[in-house]
Design a protein around this ligand. Structure first.
Ligand code: MN
Ligand code: MN
Length: 453
C-alpha cells in the first residue's frame, strides 16, 4: 500500500509550524549530545513549563505536572489526569543514549610524542566511520570529594577538537583487504588529545603536559576512574538538501523520537483525562540494561511513588495502572535507502517523508526479541492517527533474515500493557551523522499529541 509523501498535503501554515518545530529540535540536539545533557535540557524545558520535581512534593492531584530525574540519565514526566491512576496512563517512551565512543577508566597514555585516551565503543557502530573526523569530548568527572566536573570540549568555535587517526591509502594495501568490521579495530579507536611536550621532562613529556593542563582544572589522573567521558562527533545539527527538507545530525537515534515525545507532554494544555507520561531512558543501545535502562525497576518504582502521591498506596494499584496503560515505544526505523535497496523489502519499508513509522514488531530471524503489538491495539492506533489526519506508515526494519534489532517495547510489554513501536525513518542509522526528513519529525510530534488526547 503506497503512502503519500507528507509534504504534498502541507499548507503554508503547516510548513511554518514544521520549520519552527525543526529549529527547536536542532537546538535540543545541539544542547543534548549525551543522555546526561538530554536529561538536563529536559529538566530545563519542563521547569520552564511549570513541572515540579516529584521528589519535592508530598501529594499530587489532577492537572499537576511532575518530573522525576533518575540518576541524571533517564527522566519521567507526568501530566496528572482526572481518571483514577488505576485505569492506566498514555505513555510515550524513547531513548536518549546514542552510539558513541566511551573513554576507558585508565585511559591516558603517550606513544612517540602523541598523548591518547584509550576507548571502548558503545552501541552498534561501524568503527571505520569514526576515524579522521572532528570529535568532541562530553561528560562528567566525579571526584572523591563528591563534586562533579562537567566536560564539554569541541563544540564552540574556538574550542579545540579531537581526532582518531586512520592509515594513509598509500600504505593501506593490507588494511584494505580486511573485512569492514576489522578495517579499524576496536582497540585502534584511541583518541589523540595532545602533541606538545612539557619542557624539562625526559619521559612521557606530552602526557606530563596533559596532566599539567588537567591539574590546572583541579583534575588528577586517578579521577578518570570515576569519569564518564563520551566521544561524539563535533558540530551542530544542520539543515540538509537544497530544499532544506532534511536534518543531518549526530544522535537522531533516538532523540528524533525523544524530543517530540517530550514536547507532546510539555505542550499538552489543560487537565487530561488519563494521566500522561513521557519516559526518556538511557542504555537502549546496549540492551536497556543497567540501573538507568528501561529494563531497570526505576520505571516501576516511580509508578509506585506516583500512585502513593495520588493516595493509592497498594501494590495492586501499581499493577493495575501499568496493565491498563498504553504506550508508543518510539524508536527510529531504517529508512529505505535506494542505494542499498537490496537490504529492504519495498512493500514493508519505511520511507523518508511518508510520516510517522509504526513497527508492529521488530526482532531478528523469526521475530526473536520482538514485542509484537496486538492487532486490536494496532487498529486503535490506526483510528487515532486517521482521525487526527496524521501521515503514517507501517514498516519492518529490513528484509527477513538480514539482521534486525530491538527497542524498549519489550520492557514495558512485560507489565501486560499494550505497546507498539512508533518512530521516525533514518538514513545512515548509527553513523556519526544520520539523516531524517523534517516531515517525519513533525508527523511524529502530531501523532504523539493525538495519542495523548
Ligand atoms: Mn534506537
Ligand atoms: Mn540504535
Amino acid at each position: 500500500m503506497k503512502r503519500k509523501n507528507a509534504w504534498s498535503s502541507y499548507t503554508e501554515a503547516d510548513i511554518a509550524a514544521l520549520e519552527a518545530f525543526s529549529a527547536d529540535y536542532r537546538a535540543f540536539l545541539d544542547a543534548g549530545k549525551t543522555e546526561r545533557e538530554c536529561v538536563a535540557e529536559a529538566v530545563r524545558l519542563a521547569e520552564a513549563r511549570g513541572f515540579a520535581d516529584m521528589n519535592c512534593v508530598t501529594a499530587a492531584k489532577p492537572g499537576d505536572r511532575l518530573y522525576l530525574n533518575w540518576m541524571n540519565k533517564s527522566i519521567l514526566l507526568f501530566a496528572i489526569g482526572t481518571e483514577p491512576i488505576e485505569s492506566g496512563m498514555n505513555i510515550l517512551g524513547a531513548h536518549i543514549d546514542s552510539p558513541r565512543i566511551d573513554v576507558k577508566q585508565n585511559p591516558l597514555y603517550e606513544e612517540e610524542d602523541l598523548a591518547y585516551l584509550d576507548t571502548h565503543y558503545y552501541g552498534g557502530i561501524k568503527k571505520y566511520q569514526w576515524v579522521a573526523r572532528p570529535l568532541a569530548l562530553h561528560g562528567v568527572i566525579a571526584k572523591k570529594d563528591g563534586s562533579v566536573v562537567c566536560v564539554n570540549i569541541g563544540e564552540s568555535e574556538d574550542d579545540p577538537v579531537f581526532c582518531i587517526s586512520d592509515l594513509l591509502p598509500h600504505l593501506a594495501q593490507e588494511q584494505m583487504k580486511k573485512d569492514a568490521a576489522k578495517v579499524v579495530e576496536g582497540e585502534n579507536l584511541d583518541l589523540i588529545i595532545a602533541g606538545k611536550p612539557l619542557g624539562g621532562e625526559e619521559k612521557d613529556a606530552v602526557k606530563a603536559n596533559v596532566l599539567k593542563l588537567l591539574e590546572a582544572k583541579g583534575i588528577e589522573e586517578e579521577d578518570f576512574i570515576s569519569a564518564e567521558l563520551e566521544i561524539v562527533p563535533a558540530g551542530k545539527a544542520r539543515d540538509m538538501g537544497l530544499d532544506r527538507s532534511m536534518i543531518l545530525a549526530y544522535g537522531h537515534d533516538d532523540r528524533v523520537c525523544a524530543y517530540p515525545s517530550l514536547r507532546a507532554v510539555l505542550d499538552f494544555e489543560g487537565t487530561p483525562e488519563r494521566t500522561l507520561c513521557a519516559v526518556l531512558t538511557d542504555k537502549e543501545e546496549i540492551g536497556s540494561v543497567g540501573a538507568t535502562g528501561m529494563d531497570s525497576m526505576f520505571f516501576e518504582n516511580a509508578m509506585a511513588e506516583l500512585c502513593a502521591l495520588l493516595g493509592e498506596r497498594t501494590e495492586l494499584s501499581v499493577r493495575r495502572c501499568l496493565r491498563n496503560s498504553r504506550m508508543l515505544s518510539s524508536d527510529v526505523s531504517a529508512g529505505f535507502d535506494p542505494l542499498y535497496a537490496s537490504a529492504f523489502e519495498k512493500k514493508n519499508a519505511a520511507y523518508l517523508g511518508r510520516g510517522l513509522c509504526f513497527n508492529k514488531y521488530t526482532g531478528s530471524r523469526g521475530k526473536s526479541g520482538s514485542s509484537d503489538a496486538n492487532a486490536e491495539y494496532v487498529a486503535e492506533i490506526r483510528r487515532i492517527m486517521d482521525d487526527a489526519g496524521v501521515a503514517y506508515q507501517f514498516a519492518e526494519l529490513g528484509k527477513v533474515d538480514l539482521g534486525g534489532g530491538g527497542t524498549i517495547a519489550f520492557c514495558c510489554a512485560k507489565y501486560g500493557m499494550n505497546v507498539i513501536d512508533a518512530g521516525v525513518a533514518v538514513l545512515s542509522m548509527h553513523a556519526p551523522f544520520e539523516v531524517i526528513n523534517k516531515a517525519d519529525l513533525y508527523e511524529a510530534y502530531r501523532g504523539y499529541c493525538a495519542f495523548l488526547k
